[in-house]
Design a protein around this ligand. Structure first.
Ligand SMILES: *Cc1c(COP(=O)(O)O)cnc(C)c1O
Length: 354
């Protein structure tokens, strides 16, 4: 190592799912929404001009914050927005996790949490999921420097009921508890209804999954005015202009179209419930997912083999070569046509193996 390298911050970065250049594939590997964003987003895009670009965007992203607040019945002062929930969550780690005690999160979960903890040098301790890949609430009763978990969890899809979330928050009134609700719109109850009673609870959501806008990068946090103020203080100490004008305009249009949001999430839920029946018939078992993906394991075919065979056939899913989950595949719920192509391939492939 060169002498100057000793003072370099060295990190092992997060590895996102593959974004192949090929267009002729069925892409079920990164939990994107198979449907386009609301038609109002296309309209708002047509209304944009380059005229405003020479100016800095509104640092408070007032229109977008206001639209999100109106959608959820909150005050704008209870909403924080960022460049995808990855940006919001990173800002949360920096703002809220400053204890000498370890923060707690599950061992099998969103694989960005340990990356941020390492990046910001936050001590952390992973709590193992049980044999059925479920969070054990009692694991979060011990002393800690903060708590974060997704609900539904990723990559399992398992949903905790609101009563369990409240139990975990009630046992952690001296630290910040963050519930990462990237997938909550696909069938769960949001912890949002608890924020009036727990000033230390922060709920984080995203436009990437249920609002079909992963490419636009919009995420948000909702909580007490005090938590949001602390987040904004850190944001304005880092980069005042995280949200560009285009994201503010298009995100506002998306969130104002409640009917389209409800229609497309209901469609994905219906496709997912059908997928559960078909995958069970094909010999798969899985956690009872309430998200837009299934986390499946097959009774005889190893996941690693199936992953390669699917890829060869132009069907991309996600495989994590990690302890405890290396015989599972995470399959995003696509359109009905995409899912039928998946079942047809699996049927042929699994029959051919016997
Ligand atoms: C997808 C996802 C995110 C990040 O989404 P953004 O695209 O950055 O908004 C955060 N947490 C979980 C659990 C996710 O699955």
């Amino acid at each position: 190592m060169e002498k100057w390298e000793q003072n370099v911050r060295k990190v092992v970065p997060y590895v996102p799912g593959e974004q192949p250049k090929r267009k002729d594939i069925i892409k079920l590997n990164t939990n994107e929404n198979p449907y386009p964003p609301s038609p109002r987003v296309a309209e708002a895009l047509r209304d944009l001009t380059t005229g405003t670009m020479r100016r800095y965007p509104d640092p408070t992203a007032e229109r977008l914050v206001g639209a999100i607040a109106a959608f959820y019945g909150l005050k704008p002062s209870q909403v924080f927005v960022g460049v995808g929930s990855d940006d919001v969550l990173a800002m949360c780690f920096l703002t809220f996790f400053n204890s000498q005690k370890p923060i707690l999160f599950p061992d099998i979960t969103y694989s960005f949490y340990d990356v941020w903890a390492e990046l910001f040098r936050i001590p952390y301790e992973c709590q193992p999921l049980d044999g059925a890949l479920q969070i054990v609430k009692e694991d979060y009763y011990k002393e800690n420097g903060g708590v974060i978990f997704p609900n539904p969890n990723a990559p399992t899809g398992a949903l905790l009921p609101l009563s369990v979330i409240e139990d975990i928050v009630a046992h952690n009134r001296d630290v910040i508890v963050i519930v990462d609700e990237a997938y909550i719109d696909f069938g769960g109850s949001s912890a949002l209804e608890l924020i009036d009673r727990y000033e230390n609870l922060l709920v984080v959501q995203t436009f990437s999954k249920s609002r079909s806008m992963a490419g636009m990068r919009i995420g948000y946090a909702m909580g007490s005015e005090r938590l949001i103020r602390y987040l904004n203080d850190v944001k304005y100490s880092f980069n005042s202009y995280t949200m560009n004008e285009t994201a503010i305009a298009l995100g506002t249009a998306a969130v104002e179209d409640r009917a389209y949001f409800e229609k497309t999430t209901a469609q994905i839920i219906a496709t997912r419930e059908h997928a559960k029946r078909r995958m069970a018939e094909l010999g798969f078992s899985f956690v009872d997912s309430q998200s837009n993906f299934l986390f499946v394991t097959h009774r005889s075919c190893p996941a690693a083999e199936l992953f390669e065979a699917l890829k060869e056939a132009g069907i991309y899913v996600r495989y994590f070569k990690k302890p405890r989950i290396d015989n599972y595949l995470r399959i995003t719920i696509g359109t009905d046509e995409e899912m039928e192509a998946l079942y047809a391939f699996l049927e042929r492939y699994l029959a051919g193996r016997q």
